[in-house]
Design a protein around this ligand. Structure first.
Ligand SMILES: N[C@@H](CCC(=O)N[C@@H](CS)C(=O)NCC(=O)O)C(=O)O
Length: 212
């Protein structure tokens, strides 16, 4: 049975899942779900009680939480391994994903990107105080990631990992703003990793259809 990914075309988390599926060359069907819609279908809430996206369905398996989805995609399908095999690097990968989820998503995406780029383009009022708060919180996140990144091509050595796949879309959105682009320059090691990841077909081909 085919894999189905339920997601929203502008969702950064759905993008992460699509990026992982692309890297593993897994075919899947896409079901568009807007998690911000007031009339979210009950059929989706049965899949994801927290009303977020994405959710992946593969036969009898229904999975939400993007870190679980990408790990399943890596371990459940053929293709290049996206997780390091040695314990220290694997722990580092998990740490980076947790930092991104716990401390990065909100300032980088929900505050800076949403209020500095996306909101104004979809005629949604944006709040300068939210943008400001995001810009204030972001340097600590970028520095923490830069401090623990290796000196290799990617965040962990020279092989693409789930950590890269989790982080790059968030930076991709953050750097849609001029403030984000400027701030990333203060962290050359992170910027260099991001440039390598964002040049990959998997990143480019899954880039969401943002308004200009
Ligand atoms: N912890 C969830 C977060 C998913 C998430 O927050 N997705 C956003 C879209 S990028 C969403 O559905 N937001 C709806 C909302 O905040 O109400 C995961 O890892 O999948």
């Amino acid at each position: 049975m085919a894999v189905t990914l339920h997601g929203f075309k502008f969702s950064v988390y759905a993008w992460i899942a699509r990026f992982a599926l692309h890297e593993k060359v897994v075919d899947y069907d896409w079901v568009e779900v807007n998690p911000f819609s007031p009339d979210m279908p009950k059929s989706y809430l049965d899949l994801h009680p927290f009303q977020r996206v994405p959710t992946l369905v593969d036969g009898s398996l229904t999975l939400y939480e993007t870190c679980a989805i990408t790990r399943y995609v890596d371990e459940g399908f053929d293709g290049p391994a996206l997780q390091p095999s040695n314990p220290a690097d694997r722990a580092r990968m998990t740490q980076i994903i947790a930092i991104v989820d716990s401390y990065g998503y909100w300032p980088l995406v929900r505050q800076v990107f949403s209020h500095g780029f996306f909101g104004p383009r979809i005629e949604r009022e944006s709040d300068p105080a939210e943008l400001e708060a995001g810009l204030k919180a972001s340097p600590k996140v970028l520095k923490a990631l830069s401090d623990i990144a290796d000196d290799g091509l990617y965040l962990i050595g020279d092989h693409l990992s789930l950590a890269d796949i989790h982080l790059a879309p968030m930076i991709g959105y953050f750097t849609k703003t001029s403030e984000g682009r400027e701030m990333l320059k203060d962290h050359p090691k992170l910027e260099s990793c991001w440039r390598q990841i964002s040049a990959r077909d998997g990143f480019v081909d899954t880039f969401p259809p943002l308004p200009d």
